[in-house]
Design a protein around this ligand. Structure first.
Ligand code: DQA
Length: 144
């Protein structure tokens, strides 16, 4: 089982940016923890982070017919990137949307996602544990 974990814009600044909202863990620490969590499982993960919308689109295109699932935290792109939405639709990959913060308990504009309605589901507000929750779902569910 191959799973791509994509983090979008500004998520390379985790551990530094708005720590009262996003915590002190860096993206590197989060990813290391994920690798540790998956030891001994059949799940292979590929991590990708970019601040550039088109690069994320190119990366998603590259998953076509090679990956079973996409776990994505698009950052602010969540709220308006039709390009990322269309890339997901173009390759038809099963997608889980993850947010560290509870986007529904913040500013009004964060309640809108252009990804949620094409995703299997959305996990929001559980910090970096959200990525683990998404992987646990995939582990239970397998490839259908
Ligand atoms: C975020 C929530 C977004 O609204 C915000 O723009 C981010 C991070 C989260 O993980 O909580 O950059 O996706």
């Amino acid at each position: 089982m191959k799973v791509a974990i994509v983090n979008g814009v500004n998520l390379n600044f985790l551990g530094i940016r708005e720590t009262s909202i996003y915590g002190y863990e860096t993206l590197e620490e989060i990813n290391k923890n994920i690798v540790r969590h998956l030891e001994g499982t059949e799940i292979n993960v590929d991590f990708y982070q970019s601040n550039i919308e088109g690069e994320i689109v190119n990366y998603i295109h590259g998953l076509h017919k090679k990956f079973d699932y996409l776990i994505i935290n698009p950052g602010a792109y969540t709220h308006y990137s039709i390009a990322i939405r269309d890339a997901i639709l173009a390759i038809g990959i099963k997608t889980i949307e993850v947010h560290l913060s509870n986007v529904d308990a913040r500013e009004e504009f964060r309640k809108n996602s252009v990804i949620s309605d094409i995703a299997v589901g959305k996990i929001s507000g559980f910090g970096s544990y959200g990525y683990i929750m998404a992987l646990e779902y995939i582990k239970q569910r397998g490839v259908i």
